[in-house]
Design a binder for this molecule. Structure first.
Ligand code: G6P
Length: 533
C-alpha cells in the first residue's frame, strides 16, 4: 500500500463513480470498477486528497452535494468522502459539444491515427480565445450555477459562448473548480511540514487544464505540482499536425511538469511534435522538453491491471460456458478503433479455410455500448449487426451458430469466467493506447491456459512478447494465426502463458502508480514523499 504524505488531486473527465437516481429520485453512487479507479482511489483516500470530475449526470440543482457511498458499498472508491469529491457540473449542450464533439469526434480518432474519421469544424474546435475571456465566461457560468441561477448560466452558455469554445471552456471549468478546491486544502500537516499537492490530470479530455490551473494558482499565490497521463496513443507528427490548433494542444500538455504516456513510441511522437511544431529544445536521451523557462519530463509508464483481483475472480467464478465447443473470445467497448468488423470477417475466413471446425468452435464477442450519441458509433453498431447476421446466416445449423454476440455490459465475475473458459482471446484493435483486455485474459488463465492473439498496434503489443502477434488488417493472417492457436500443443501454451502471467503480475496497476509517483518525487524533490509498504 502506498503512503503518500502530500495530497494527490486527481482531475479526470469522469469521477470514480457515476451518480444515478434511485426509484425515490435520490442520488446514489454507482461505482466504476476500472483499473485506474482501483489503484488510484485508495491513495486519494489515504492522503486526504481530492477527485475532480464530471458526475455522469446533469443535475437540476448543481448545489446538491455528492452523496456518501451506500453502507454496503465495497467498491474501491467507497471510502472517498463527499468532501473529497469535486463534481464539475457542465450544462448539457456545452458538455455535448465538448465530450461528444471535441473529445470523441475529433481527438479520439485523430490520436488513434484515423484522421478520416475525425470531424474538423472550425467553430467547434477554436481554442484561440484569450485565457482571460474564456475564464470570465467559465466563471460566469459557474457563479450563475453557484447562485442557483441555472437559467442565467444556460443563457450565458447559449448567448455569449460560441460553440467553438466548448473544449477550452470545459477545461477552464475543471481548472477553476480544481483551484477553488486547492484553496480550501490545508497546506501543512500536523508537524507543520508543507504539503504541496500533486495535481494529476488524466487523458485527452483535459489537455488544456494544466496551464489554466498554473495561471490561476500563480494569481492566487497557491502552490501545486502538475502531472499528466494520456491513456490513449499520442500520434506521429504527420497525423497530429492535421489538427488546426495543434500548437495550443502541445502548449496545454506542456503546462504540466511531468507527462506520462503508455509506451516509448508515444513519448517519441510527442517529443517530435514539440520540436517540429513549437521549436522547443528537446533532450531525446533523457526525454525532456524545454518550454517557457521550465523543463518538462516525459516518461513511458505502461499501465497494468489489478492482477490479483482478476486471478481471484477467475478462481472463484462458476463455470460460465456450458459448451462442448471451443470458444474464441473478444471483449471490447463497441468502438471502431477495436477492429471488430475486421475480426469477425477474419473469423469468417477461418471457417472458410478450415471447415473441419464448423460446429466445433464459436466466436463469443462481447461489445459494451459506448458513446452512443456519436454518429460513427451508431454506424458501427449497424454494421456489426449486419455482418454478424450475414455470417451466422451463412454458416449456422440447427444446433450451432459461429458467432455469439452480446451487445451490453456483463458483470466482472462473468467476465472472469469467460476469460478463464475461452481457448483463445482475440485482441485485435486497429490502434489502442494499451488494451487491458489482453492483460485481464492472462490474469484469468488459472486453469488450462489458452492462447492470446494480439495486435501489435495496441500498446500492450510492445511488452506482451509471448502472445501471437497478428496484423488485424490482414484477414488471412488472423485466420491462420487462429488456427495455430487452436492447434497449439499444451506445453507451448503453458510456456507462453507462464511468461505473460509473470510480467503482468509484477507490472500491475499498483506498479504503474508507484512508478508515476517515483518519477514525480524526482521531478518535484522534497514534495510528495511516499513510502511503499
Ligand atoms: C478510454 C479513455 C478513457 C475513457 C474510456 C471510456 O479508455 O482513455 O478516458 O474513460 O475510454 O470512454 P468514455 O467516453 O465512456 O469515458
Amino acid at each position: 500500500m502506498l503512503n503518500l504524505k502530500s495530497p494527490m488531486v486527481v482531475v479526470s473527465n469522469r469521477l470514480p463513480f457515476v451518480l444515478k437516481r434511485n426509484e425515490n429520485g435520490e442520488l446514489q453512487r454507482k461505482q466504476s470498477a476500472g483499473g485506474l479507479v482501483t489503484a488510484v482511489a485508495p491513495v486519494v483516500i489515504q492522503c486526504g486528497g481530492l477527485w475532480v470530475g464530471w458526475p455522469g449526470i446533469h443535475m437540476d440543482d448543481p448545489h446538491q452535494s455528492v452523496p456518501e457511498s451506500d453502507p454496503g458499498d465495497m467498491g474501491p472508491s467507497a471510502g472517498l468522502k463527499s468532501e473529497q469529491v469535486v463534481p464539475v457540473h457542465v450544462e448539457e449542450q456545452l458538455f455535448d459539444d465538448y465530450y461528444n464533439g471535441c473529445c470523441n469526434a475529433t481527438f479520439w480518432p485523430l490520436f488513434h491515427s484515423m484522421p478520416d474519421r475525425a470531424v474538423f469544424v472550425a467553430d467547434m474546435w477554436e481554442v484561440r480565445m484569450e485565457f482571460g475571456l474564456v475564464r470570465s465566461a467559465a466563471c460566469l457560468i459557474l457563479s450563475a450555477f453557484d447562485c442557483s441561477m441555472l437559467g442565467l448560466g444556460l443563457a450565458i452558455v447559449n448567448m455569449s459562448l460560441p460553440r467553438g469554445q466548448s473544449y477550452s471552456t470545459v477545461n477552464v471549468m475543471f481548472a477553476y473548480q480544481t483551484v477553488d478546491a486547492l484553496k480550501k486544502m490545508k497546506m501543512k500537516n500536523q508537524e507543520g511540514e508543507e504539503r504541496i499537492p500533486l495535481v494529476w490530470i488524466h487523458d485527452y479530455h483535459l489537455m488544456l487544464a494544466a496551464n489554466y490551473i498554473r495561471q490561476e494558482c500563480e494569481e492566487q499565490n497557491l502552490q501545486c505540482k502538475l502531472g499528466f497521463f494520456l491513456h490513449i496513443p499520442f500520434p506521429p507528427w504527420d497525423i497530429f499536425r492535421l489538427f488546426p490548433w495543434d500548437n495550443e494542444v502541445l502548449q496545454g500538455i506542456l503546462g504540466n511538469d511531468l507527462v506520462g504516456f503508455h509506451i516509448e513510441d508515444y513519448c517519441r511522437n510527442f517529443l517530435d511534435c514539440c520540436q517540429r511544431r513549437l521549436g522547443c529544445r528537446v533532450d531525446r536521451v533523457h526525454n525532456l522538453v524545454d518550454v517557457a523557462g521550465r523543463t518538462v519530463k516525459v516518461r513511458a509508464l505502461p499501465i497494468g491491471i489489478p492482477y490479483k483481483r482478476f486471478e481471484e475472480m477467475a478462481n472463484a467464478a462458476p463455470r460460465a460456458l456450458q459448451s462442448s465447443q471451443q470458444i474464441v473470445l473478444g471483449v471490447d467497448r463497441l468502438d471502431y478503433t477495436k477492429g471488430l468488423v475486421n475480426r469477425i470477417r477474419s473469423f469468417e475466413r477461418f471457417l472458410e479455410k478450415h471447415p473441419e471446425y464448423l460446429g466445433k468452435v464459436a466466436l463469443l464477442q462481447v461489445a459494451v455500448p459506448s458513446r452512443t450519441d456519436v454518429k460513427e458509433y451508431q454506424q458501427l453498431k449497424e454494421q456489426m449487426d449486419l455482418e454478424i447476421g450475414r455470417i451466422n446466416g451463412r454458416f449456422s445449423t440447427l444446433n450451432w451458430s459461429p458467432i455469439r454476440y452480446i451487445y451490453g455490459c456483463i458483470s466482472q465475475d462473468e467476465l472472469a469466467a469467460y476469460y478463464r473458459d475461452s481457448s483463445v482471446a482475440l485482441v485485435t484493435p486497429l490502434r489502442d493506447g494499451m488494451n487491458l483486455v489482453a492483460k485481464e485474459y492472462v490474469a484469468c488463465q488459472v486453469d488450462k491456459p489458452g492462447v492470446l492473439i494480439l495486435s501489435p498496434f495496441a500498446g500492450a503489443g510492445e511488452t506482451m512478447h509471448e502472445a501471437l502477434l497478428v496484423n488485424p488488417y490482414e484477414l488471412d493472417d488472423v485466420a491462420d494465426t487462429l488456427h495455430r492457436a487452436l492447434t497449439m500443443p499444451i506445453d507451448e501454451r503453458e510456456m507462453r502463458m507462464y511468461h505473460l502471467k509473470k510480467r503482468e503480475q509484477t507490472m500491475n496497476v499498483d506498479f504503474w502508480l508507484t512508478s508515476f509517483l517515483k518519477v514525480s518525487i524526482k521531478t518535484f524533490p522534497g514534495h510528495n514523499v511516499i513510502g511503499v509498504h
